[in-house]
Ligand binder design. Structure first.
Ligand SMILES: [Zn+2]
Length: 195
């Protein structure tokens, strides 16, 4: 799956807002976390202040619901939520020159940061859904994790948010198999003694 870099940024920022502001709140200053999430757009990083943090947390919560809908294959529910977000903060196509090159932006030039990123994230996830890729948004299979991810693998085999969670699950499964084998060996040993 390939998206243009702008739409890509919207999807990745959406996933980051969900993971770092909602699911697994970073220990540090939330404004620093927010600045790291928005690093893709230096203009936004310059603009965000402490007063914007609650708005971005609320956006993260809305996106968390969209991610949960997509992860369980409920595109209809996700579309309803995305439409509500786009009605509140419509995307306005507009050409903007960046580093000498014209790029398509999808928000009004004077939109405050939360509104701007609401339309960018909602439009990016909407495009993903409309392109039939909604099922590529997932929630980590580790039940203790809950972080979201976008599966960009060719054969759509991703199940975990990170290799850390994947390896932890593999190790746990291996340990469980060993434990089961040990229990089976012990019980057959007991049976032998009884007979
Ligand atoms: Zn995980």
């Amino acid at each position: 799956m390939r998206l243009d870099s702008y739409a890509d940024a919207g999807v990745h920022v959406a996933i980051d807002l969900v993971n770092r502001l909602v699911v697994q709140q970073d220990g540090g200053e939330r404004l620093d976390t927010l600045a790291r999430i928005l690093a893709v757009d230096p203009g936004s990083v310059n603009q965000v202040r402490d007063e914007h943090v609650p708005g971005f947390v609320a956006l993260g919560e809305q996106l968390h619901s969209v991610v949960a809908d997509l992860a369980r294959g409920d595109d209809d529910a996700a579309a309803t939520r995305l439409n509500a977000m786009l009605s509140a903060h419509p995307a306005h196509p507009r050409l903007a020159k960046e580093d000498g090159r014209w790029r398509m932006h999808h928000h009004p030039s004077d939109a405050p940061p939360v509104q701007m990123w609401t339309s960018i994230c909602a439009e990016a996830l909407g495009r993903l859904l409309a392109a039939g890729h909604g099922h590529r948004v997932g929630v980590c299979s580790d039940p203790n994790c809950g972080r979201a991810y976008v599966d960009t693998s060719r054969n759509h085999t991703r199940r975990f948010c990170s290799t850390t969670c994947q390896n932890r699950a593999k190790t746990a499964a291996l340990r469980q198999r060993r434990r089961n084998a040990l229990l089976a060996a012990e019980s057959s040993e007991r049976d032998r003694h009884r007979s």
